[in-house]
Design a protein around this ligand. Structure first.
Ligand SMILES: [Zn+2]
Length: 249
C-alpha cells in the first residue's frame, strides 16, 4: 500500500534517536500510525512538519510484509504556532485528539471527523477567547456524525416543537421530550434544556465549530447543554474523561 494524503497529526512519539512514531487522521482512512524514519533529522524529507496538530501532506508506504506503515516524506500545509505557545489552547486540542483516538476512527465517516477536527484546530488557532466547553461539544459532534442522532427540534413523544418551551432530555433514551410528555413517558434521568441550550445543541449538530456558541448564549445554557452532551456521550459512546484520561464506562 502506498498513498499520499492530507493528514492531521494527532500524536508524535520518539522511537530511537532520530526516528519518530506518528499517529495521524486521514480523511479517507481514519486514524493511522506510522514510523517516520529519520523524522527528527531529515529536513529534506520532513521539513519542519512532523509536529502535533500540523496539517501535512504525507506520502506513506507499507513495509514489505505489511507489518507497519512508514512515512516517506511530508509537506507542511498548515502549522499551529499559537496552539503550541498557549497551554490552555493546546490542552483543549489534546483532549479532543485523545477522544478521537479512544473513540476510534476507521475509514467510514473519517471525512466528517477529519473536517470537524480541522475546523476545531483552525478555531483554536484563530479566535481570541476559547470556551472551555468546546471539548464537550466536540465529542458530541463526533458522536452525532458517526450516527448517534438526536432531534433537538421536536418532542420524541408528541412531535410538538421544542423551540420555545425547552425540553427534558432523557440521557438513557438519548431523546428529547416536551414538558408535558416527559413525566408520562420517561422514568429515568432527565435534564432540563432551555431554548438557548437547544439552539446550541442544534448548532453543534449542524454547523462548524466556530459557529457553535452564539455569543449571546447565557452561561447557564452553555453549561446545561455541555453537561447533557457529556452525559449522552458517556452513556451511548461509553467514554468519559476521568483523572486526565478517557475511560471506558
Ligand atoms: Zn411531547
Amino acid at each position: 500500500m502506498e498513498f499520499s494524503e492530507q493528514a492531521l497529526i494527532l500524536q508524535v512519539g520518539r522511537f530511537k534517536e532520530a526516528d519518530l512514531w506518528i499517529r495521524f487522521l486521514s480523511p479517507s482512512r481514519g486514524i493511522l500510525s506510522a514510523f517516520a524514519f529519520g523524522g527528527s533529522r531529515s529536513r529534506r524529507r520532513f521539513p519542519g512538519c512532523l509536529d502535533v496538530f500540523n496539517e501535512v501532506l504525507v506520502k506513506a508506504r507499507s513495509s514489505r510484509q505489511g507489518a507497519y506503515l512508514a512515512l516517506q516524506e511530508g509537506v507542511l500545509l498548515r502549522g499551529s504556532r499559537r496552539l503550541r505557545a498557549d497551554w490552555a489552547r493546546f490542552g483543549l486540542a489534546a483532549n479532543c485528539a485523545k477522544f478521537l483516538q479512544c473513540f476510534g476512527v476507521g475509514s467510514e465517516g473519517a471525512d466528517k471527523v477529519h473536517l470537524v477536527m480541522r475546523q476545531l484546530l483552525q478555531l483554536l488557532e484563530e479566535v481570541e477567547a476559547v470556551s472551555p466547553y468546546v471539548p464537550f461539544l466536540f465529542r458530541a459532534r463526533v458522536a452525532f456524525d458517526q450516527g448517534y442522532a438526536l432531534s433537538p427540534e421536536t418532542c420524541a413523544g408528541c412531535g410538538c416543537s421544542l423551540a420555545d418551551r425547552g425540553a427534558r432530555f432523557s440521557i438513557e433514551e438519548g431523546r428529547l421530550f416536551c414538558p408535558s410528555c416527559a413525566p408520562r413517558l420517561i422514568f429515568g434521568r432527565l435534564m432540563n434544556l432551555g431554548p438557548a441550550a437547544l439552539a446550541l445543541l442544534a448548532a453543534v449538530q449542524q454547523r462548524a465549530p466556530g459557529e457553535w456558541i452564539d455569543p449571546a448564549c447565557p452561561e447557564r445554557d452553555l453549561a446545561d447543554c455541555s453537561r447533557a452532551l457529556d452525559a449522552f456521550v458517556c452513556r451511548h459512546v461509553g467514554l468519559t474523561w476521568e483523572k486526565g484520561r478517557f475511560a471506558r464506562v
